[in-house]
Design a protein around this ligand. Structure first.
Ligand code: FES
Length: 275
């Protein structure tokens, strides 16, 4: 169960793609939904939105950045190894319909989550403009895949090594100034989704973001994933992970994401000294 059939390294080995055998999940999964994975029986439960699903092969694909102990444990798994548990599909699927022009904005590994949504928007008959941002050209992922499902693809890098030298919001502002946009979908680091939502608010353009709070059970029981949306408490695992970007309390989300930073650093150091 949950055997890794394919493992690919990107961005100098800092980003990993795993294709995992999970036929029951693949059968039901829709764009925007996520799974919770454990590397071993005592491992942390890590939520990751599926980057792809192959119903015929019965596989799901996840793409993650190696940042701490748990993702290092994930990265230590090779082709043929198995995750001890994968639960899903969880969360609400993306609402996809024909609206006109949709701008899909991806930052870092958020592009992996954005790709199936972009494909859905494209297949629904929307005119899709995609903007993919990263710190430098080596961290741009799925460029060709995004190109295939977009009418236009714009690249932005912080250091100017590829595409526009600047932020995704610089590119997005030009688009919003020059044409009518029905919806913006932004997925990436919290500061990026916050900046995109602040920008689109000025243009009154519907904006959807996908949130990544800490999750434990993934079923609405523990409250770990609570986020404030328009002043109301919501659980990202059952009400999300996608929400109206104009209503999200990004500061609160950021604070909660930092809450276990010291413990995470300690666990990471302990893991490093073990291996
Ligand atoms: Fe426990 Fe959402 S992860 S309520």
């Amino acid at each position: 169960m949950f055997q890794i059939l394919k493992r690919e390294e990107m961005a100098h080995g800092t980003i990993i793609l795993n294709e995992i055998k999970a036929p029951q999940i693949a059968k039901k999964a829709k764009p925007g939904q996520f799974v919770i994975l454990m590397a071993n029986e005592r491992g942390e439960r890590i939520p990751l939105t599926m980057a792809d699903v192959n119903k015929e092969k019965g596989t799901i694909t996840i793409i993650y950045m190696i940042i701490g102990k748990s993702t290092k444990l994930f990265a230590s798994l090779k082709v043929g190894d198995c995750y001890s548990d994968v639960v899903g599909p969880l969360g609400q699927p993306t609402h996809i319909e024909k609206k006109g022009t949709v701008v899909c904005v991806g930052g870092g590994t958020g592009t992996a989550v954005l790709h199936p949504i972009t494909r859905g928007m494209y297949q629904a008959g929307n005119r899709v403009i995609s903007i993919v941002g990263a710190r430098n050209k080596d961290y741009i992922i799925l460029e060709q895949e995004m190109e295939k499902v977009s009418h236009e693809l714009k690249i932005c890098t912080d250091d100017g090594s590829k595409g526009r030298h600047g932020f995704v919001t610089d590119e997005l502002k030009e688009i919003l100034e020059s044409q009518e946009v029905a919806e913006v979908v932004a997925i990436g680091p919290v500061p990026m989704m916050n900046a995109v939502s602040n920008l689109t608010r000025n243009y009154h353009v519907q904006t959807t973001v996908s949130l990544n709070p800490i999750m434990i059970d993934g079923t609405g029981m523990c409250g770990g994933c609570r986020v404030k949306i328009g002043g109301e408490t919501k659980f990202a695992c059952i009400d999300g992970p996608e929400f109206d970007g104009h209503k999200v309390d990004f500061e609160g989300l950021w604070r909660r994401l930092q809450a276990y930073r010291l413990e995470e650093e300690k666990a990471n150091r302990a893991y490093e000294s073990e291996v």
